[in-house]
Ligand binder design. Structure first.
Ligand code: ZN
Ligand code: ZN
Length: 373
């Protein structure tokens, strides 16, 4: 067929094709975790507990005088500022993969040539009001001013102990320009209200590639079982999640807040082909939320206990894990120092070596082996 006669036929075919593709896309059912009013978990139909349950929890806690004060002080060390700053500037080839615990779910992670902060909270309280609500028991391991230039901020969800207004505003104003904020669906608009626009918003399993100086670092939002909301009228309206971050020198996983669910076996399966033994194996480090688990009747659908945290460590195929989300803010009935005690028992029960699932002192830096390549 000569070109002149073939062209109209092609155009007609493409004209037929285009609308049908469009219609197909529009007809595709939305992902099952998308709901008209917001989002849901994969494996339970979650409803935040109501006021009556909250009152029962608080009445019981008050009767039993919970949480008890910690028996031992939360471990803290002075940060190794010289190492952190030098490492921050080392560039991707010379950078030593390392994590520094700032407290609660806030971790400075240095790998892939990037300085990454998880759920930055530097404020004294995690509450809608600055003068009430859970107060910091231990000073932040690094002050905002002591941070190196942050490239990427990962936000897991919008609860106050993970998304802190003052901290994200301060980071957006850091010298040298704002970091890239990577957030679950719905949080971009909240940041835009604060004139923070350097934001990438992800759905579960969507990824964003950060172009580091050499090589690329891929950030994937993963499902976990939790919920969201900062007030009474926005429950489940923005998404929550964990993050898998793949850099040539480190595979990193961060649970955010989560209950135990099959999502973690799904995560292992999803990434299995890039984590075969020949390719360096599973996650080099997993940051797993350890605290905020008592009483179980109230917390088990939204927060793991240490036994379940160890199961997540096994499920996601982490070479080593660190327990975070404890020791900083008194949120629930267990003592601030209880999570590592329960973790030790859980490790023994599942025959996990002490070094494979550890806790850190606030301010401490752990250097991590580079991923073989
Ligand atoms: Zn939460
Ligand atoms: Zn939390």
């Amino acid at each position: 067929m000569p070109v002149t006669t073939r062209l109209p036929a092609l155009l007609m075919a493409s004209a037929l094709l285009a609308p049908s593709l469009h219609v197909n896309a529009a007809d595709a059912p939305p992902p099952s975790h998308h709901r008209p009013s917001g989002y849901q978990n994969n494996y339970i139909e979650f409803q935040p507990r109501g006021l009556l349950d909250l009152l029962k929890w608080k009445r019981d806690a008050s009767r039993d005088d919970l949480p008890k004060p910690p028996r031992t002080p939360i471990p803290t060390v002075a940060p190794d500022a010289a190492f952190i700053q030098a490492n921050a500037r080392a560039g991707v080839m010379a950078m030593q993969p390392a994590i520094t615990w700032i407290g609660h779910a806030t971790m400075l992670a240095q790998f892939g040539g990037l300085n990454i902060l998880t759920d930055p909270v530097f404020s004294e309280r995690v509450s809608p009001l600055s003068f009430v609500g859970p107060k910091r028991a231990v000073a932040a391991g690094l002050t905002l001013g002591a941070l190196p230039h942050i490239d990427v901020v990962l936000i897991s969800h919008n609860h106050y102990d993970h998304l802190d207004d003052a901290s994200v505003r301060a980071l957006a104003r850091q010298p040298g320009g704002p970091p890239l904020f990577i957030v679950p669906l719905g949080i971009k608009a909240w940041l835009a209200e604060r004139d923070i626009t350097n934001v990438v918003e992800l759905d579960w399993w969507q990824s964003h590639t950060v172009a580091a100086s050499v090589g690329a670092v891929e950030v994937v939002l993963t499902p976990v079982q939790h919920w969201s909301g900062r007030g009474l009228n926005d429950r489940l309206k923005t998404l929550w999640g964990g993050y898998a971050v793949f850099a040539p020198d480190l595979h990193f996983f961060f649970t955010g807040d989560t209950a135990y669910s099959k999502d973690f076996k799904d995560i292992r399966e999803r990434f299995a082909s890039r984590q075969t033994p020949e390719k360096g194996g599973g996650f080099d480090i997993a940051l797993i939320a350890l605290g905020a688990y008592e009483p179980r009747w109230f917390m088990s659908a939204q927060h793991v206990n240490p036994a379940e945290a160890v199961q997540i460590h096994l499920d996601v195929n982490a070479k080593r894990s660190v327990g975070i989300h404890w020791g900083t803010f008194e949120l629930t009935d267990e003592s601030l120092d209880q999570p590592p005690i329960d973790l030790a028992e859980a490790r023994r029960a599942k025959a996990v070596a002490d070094a494979d699932f550890f806790v850190m002192a606030v301010g401490e830096t752990r250097k991590l082996p580079k991923r073989p390549r």
